[in-house]
Design a protein around this ligand. Structure first.
Ligand code: C2E
Ligand code: CA
Ligand code: CA
Length: 555
């Protein structure tokens, strides 16, 4: 290519090109409009040669016509110097004329004056990725997605069971990793024997397996699952040793082809975790779980998921005031997410969060919520320097190892003070390993961030978590205990008990769902720290909240 820089790049290029199968490399000199492609790339895609002039145009012709425009737009903005990173997944035609899905990951290298000089990167062909699991020999998660996409295209309905071992960590701890793998192999055998014709068994993430069948009805699958559960618990043996295994299972009937494969998987996982965590392994059918009309709800979940991938355009935040319980002054805000679009209208978070919480994309939404809430509330801190912003965290966020780094990055970017932030651990967070929750809360506390335990008293192990996680500052009493407080002595006793205990332990109590003056008067007797509820305000967008604050001041 000419200069010394070019020689260095050439050397690096050479070193990389021979490294990985299914990954192809390229460097484009943006000024000379000349590019260099790895031999493997030339071979796999059937390119004209290792050196190509006007490669942008030529490569564009290889990109699937439906993906071409967005591809060109993205590359254009790199060439113009508007952005430095080009990451995109699109379909590319291979030498054989077939399209494969590829992810291109490239970076702009600028010259000393800051002008874009090279675009260099890799193209990973998903088509070349192995779709076979090494331990069990079954098709893997990747194969599952490919097959489901195909079924969707061909409009082939099927029934999908997601099943797995409930307490696999215990097996690994007790017998070791190698033994654990043997258990998975045995289970794979059980599954393939049980379901033979027109049925495929997949090894999914962790200990989970999927069974996709066109040959069975929902009822037949329910029956088969019951049998399977019994057979496995009675007969699964490894090295002549009977292993005590409990299966959990989620079931999904795939016959709405507007729904994408990834959404199918999220719904399945949701049903699976319900079965594992709340139903002791009893089979959970997804359709019976959602509150909206089945078909519509699936499309909505699918649309919401797409929107997350697309940058959360149809999401917005609402804020509900948190009031000092005695003085009835504004002391904080809880941010609550909303979703609304033209086609489906408004969807309550109670509908989509539980389902999408297990989706890999939820993490992105969680970060969007953190950033957006801090951005919108920050200006209010000038008037209310002590205002506390409560943000709900989900399971999927805490589970990610980079969660803390990302959180601190957002706080720094927005310049949001740690003292004004409180993170709420919602109910499902309690399903996480308590050691992990404890580690995270210790770091948060060290930074000066407060921690609230949401929905106290509902679900499971509320008391246990107070004991296991010493860094909890605030306990939020769930609305269920408050709804009929003026009529029910039992609930009065419960709320009094919770506030007394919390006060003894130097934890603050926030009572949610305060709707009327009567409720307030009853509740004030227990000396909680704060109230939240429709009596003061419903959750409202930031603009309305500012008006609410002005009105409050006047009154
Ligand atoms: P939550 O965190 O317990 O939020 C309180 C819910 O109670 C909110 O429902 C709120 O609108 C409602 N509420 C507040 N005061 C009253 C009242 O006086 N009467 C009645 N009837 N209801 C009241 P929403 O906004 O529909 O949220 C439902 C749940 O969805 C939340 O429960 C939370 O678990 C989850 N959620 C909402 N936003 C987020 C978020 O940004 N991130 C995460 N991870 N979860 C969220
Ligand atoms: Ca909350
Ligand atoms: Ca709550």
């Amino acid at each position: 290519m000419g200069t010394k820089q070019d020689d260095i790049l050439e050397a690096i290029f050479y070193a990389l090109s021979s490294a990985t199968e299914g990954t192809y490399y390229f460097i484009s000199n943006l000024k000379k409009k000349r590019s260099r492609w790895s031999k493997e790339a030339v071979e796999f895609f059937g390119l004209p040669g290792e050196f190509i002039d006007e490669a942008g145009e030529i490569w564009g012709d290889y990109v699937h016509p439906e993906d071409r425009e967005s591809f060109k737009k993205d590359v254009e903005s790199c060439i113009k110097g508007e952005k430095d990173i080009h990451i995109m997944t699109y379909r590319v035609k291979t030498k054989s004329g077939k399209y494969v899905e590829c992810t291109c990951n490239a970076k702009v290298i600028r010259d000393d004056d800051g002008n874009p000089l090279y675009l260099a990167g890799s193209i990973i062909s998903h088509g070349a990725q192995s779709s076979i699991d090494r331990i069990t020999g079954l098709r893997n998660l990747y194969g599952f997605f490919n097959d489901m996409k195909r079924k969707r295209q061909k409009e082939q309905s099927c029934i999908v069971l997601l099943t797995g071992i409930s307490k696999f960590a215990e097996i690994n701890d007790m017998y070791g990793y190698t033994f654990g793998n043997l258990v998975l192999k045995e289970l794979a055998k059980f599954l393939t024997d049980k379901f033979s014709s027109y049925t495929t068994v997949y090894r999914m993430e962790g200990t989970k397996f999927a069974v996709v069948t066109e040959a069975m009805t929902l009822e037949e699958m329910q029956k088969a699952y019951l049998e399977l559960q019994q057979e496995v618990s009675r007969h699964l043996r490894v090295n002549d040793c009977r292993v005590n295994i409990l299966l959990s299972g989620g079931l999904f009937s795939f016959d709405d082809f507007t729904v994408k494969a990834h959404t199918v998987y999220s719904c399945l996982k949701y049903a699976y975790y319900e079965s594992r965590d709340l139903k002791q392994g009893e089979l959970v059918i997804f359709d019976n779980q959602v509150s909206l009309e089945d078909r519509k709800s699936m499309r909505i979940i699918s649309a919401i998921r797409e929107d997350i991938v697309d940058g959360c355009k149809d999401f917005y935040m609402c804020y509900q005031p948190v009031m000092d319980a005695q003085k009835e002054r504004l002391i904080g805000l809880e941010s609550l997410v909303r979703w609304q679009n033209d086609k489906y209208g408004k969807v309550e978070p109670g509908v989509f969060i539980p389902i999408l919480e297990t989706d890999t994309n939820f993490y992105q939404l969680g970060n969007w919520i953190l950033r957006q809430s801090m951005l919108e509330v920050k200006p209010l801190l000038q008037v209310y320097p002590d205002l506390q912003l409560n943000i709900n965290l989900s399971y999927a966020q805490l589970e990610k190892s980079e969660f803390l780094t990302k959180l601190f990055e957002i706080m720094e970017e927005v310049e949001f003070p740690a003292e004004n932030l409180c993170l709420e651990l919602t109910e499902r967070c309690r399903l996480l390993d308590m050691k992990l929750v404890k580690q995270i809360t210790t770091v948060l506390k060290g930074e000066g961030i407060k921690i609230a335990l949401d929905d106290f008293g509902t679900g499971f192990s509320s008391m246990e978590i107070i004991n296991a996680v010493p860094d909890i500052d605030i306990i939020k009493v769930d609305r269920t205990f408050v709804k009929d407080i003026d009529k029910s002595e039992i609930y009065q006793a419960i709320v009094e008990g919770i506030t007394n205990t919390a006060n003894k332990l130097h934890r603050k109590v926030c009572i949610e769902g305060v709707e009327t003056e009567q409720m307030k008067t009853v509740l004030q007797k227990y000396s909680p720290a704060s109230f939240q509820g429709y009596l003061y305000s419903k959750p409202i967008p930031i603009k309305e909240l500012k008006e609410w604050i002005t009105d409050e001041k006047k009154s």
